[in-house]
Design a protein around this ligand. Sequence first.
Ligand code: UD1
Length: 410
Amino acid sequence: MSGIIEVPGAKNAVLPVLAATLLNNGTSILENCPELDDVLTMNEILSALGCKIKRKGSQIEVDASQLTSSSIPEVLAKRMRSSIIILGAVLARCGEVHVSYPGGCEIGMRPIDMHLRALEQMGAEVDGLNHGMLRVRAKKLQGCEILLDYPSVGATENIMLAACYAEGETLIRNAAKEPEIEDLQAFLNKAGAMISGAGSGVIKIHGVSEIKTQITHKIIPDRIVAGTYLAAAAATGGSLVVTGVDYDHIGSILYCLKRCGCKIKHYQGGVVTLEAEGRLKPLDLVRTSPYPGFPTDMQPQIVALLTRCSGTSVVVETVFENRFRYTEQLLKLGADISVQGRTAIIRGVDTLRGADLEARDLRGGAALIIAGLTAEGETRISGVNYIDRGYERVERVLSKVGAQIRRVED
Ligand code: UD1
């Protein structure tokens, strides 16, 4: 692989910001939005609630001045687990919300207990209805102090959104520190909310009575997409330039790639270059953890890279309980990986051989592409719809930088 890839806006930033547009009784214009299935689903949810949406390329305009419903259609909520981040915004704006209870998914149960406990603490009534539906009601939420058991990204976002219209001040302790949380704060404050502390473990939200404005906001770059393409270049012994990235956001990913022996440089204006030559070195230990630690969303891609390194690597997944299932697929290529609970031991092999594989989740699917690119012969990957949830036309991006990859069926 060799060439330049421009990194699009972050999926995990645009989804909560789209949810936040519901709080604006006016028009929000979002720039640098990626064209992804999950973004489309979120737009459909907003439309079902009464928002008027216009999309022009990477710009999305949301007019949320006339909401007509507080029920999130079950078919849309089930399509995207992260639809739960809309709960706080709809509740704050409408005083109630109906949504289906999200089920388990391929990477673990992903419960929403912290989201619901926090909303109850703010005075909301939570009813579990029949058929897995939830109804949450609160005439007026009350600001309070909330201590999260774990720095959950979604729970932090939900509380921030709910607290914007709460009476008084809400304090979130042990809040998630991810850059996407900072982007949500930036958008909301531009619109007229009063939030401080995003990026630290303590976030303070002072409730306001109304947000009604026209604002434009540019979504931050996708650190996981940047990391995935850099890992693909590293795995294939290539040289790649990624542009439009925030270097600070990808520190832990670049640290791992450097430890493997990649040469990495960064330049002003969000440009990062990577060069990889010969066989890469194994990593004695990579542990996923909340930001600024190594992101769980990059764990499968790094494991794919490590399958051909010159020795044994150990990767520990601490965020999700079931995030190594994709490794079964890598074994079909001849990788040597053993998984015990939350630990994967990867013994580097000389060659992988192409096979038919099945993607069952987004980042696991990205890992299969990376491994397939390094394998001898042809690899066919089904379940591409999972990969489309987080990567814009991945085959076009990769083939422009020299990868031999094409979409067989749409
Ligand atoms: C977000 C990201 C996802 C990323 C994850 C961790 C979005 C749209 N998705 O997901 O890509 O992998 O952060 O960086 O931004 N948990 C509970 N109870 C709760 C909430 C979470 O036990 O009420 C657990 C989860 O099961 C998981 C851990 O907390 O084990 C972290 O989850 P969380 O940070 O909430 O992830 P998401 O917001 O779902």
